[in-house]
Design a protein around this ligand. Structure first.
Ligand code: THU
Length: 138
């Protein structure tokens, strides 16, 4: 699957976002090493704190299905009425969840928009330098 195809899946996932408080809608498409796809959207809550980001929804969907090995995630997000989406970088909590299941040197984070020519790709290590992960507890 190409980065652009992954971004398009994330844009579809974004349509499911439940964001009545922030009106900031996010979608994520997570690719396993075997090429399977898991989607997620942000799910907000009236108490604010229980809100789940799109990236974590995608990871938790995948992990529930038994997946443990991932190669890339595409993320797209922005205000619901914005005609053009900006680059939406994952929050620190989501980066930490990626650190739990992904190799920081090879896991690719594709930051997409609704314009095919506007996207960025970073490794998890670039997004979370010196990240604390499961290896520290071995
Ligand atoms: N959000 C995500 O889903 N992913 C991100 O990468 C950044 C923030 C959500 C959480 C909340 O529902 C809304 O965007 C505003 O913070």
């Amino acid at each position: 699957m190409t980065d652009q195809e992954l971004i398009e899946e994330a844009l579809k996932a974004r349509e499911k976002a439940y964001a009545p408080y922030s009106h900031h809608k996010v979608g994520a498409a997570l690719l396993t090493k075997e090429g399977k796809l898991y989607l997620g959207c942000n799910i907000e809550n009236a108490a604010y704190g229980p809100t789940n980001c799109a990236e974590r929804t995608a990871f938790f969907n995948a992990v529930y299905e038994g997946e443990r090995e991932f190669s890339a995630i595409a993320v797209v997000g922005g205000m619901e009425d914005a005609p053009e989406l900006p680059i939406c970088a994952p929050c620190g909590v989501c980066r930490q969840v990626m650190m739990e299941f992904c190799d920081p040197k090879t896991f690719r984070v594709v930051l997409g928009t609704n314009r095919p020519e506007k996207f960025e790709v970073l490794t998890l290590e670039q997004m979370l330098p010196l990240g604390f992960g499961p290896k520290a507890l071995n």
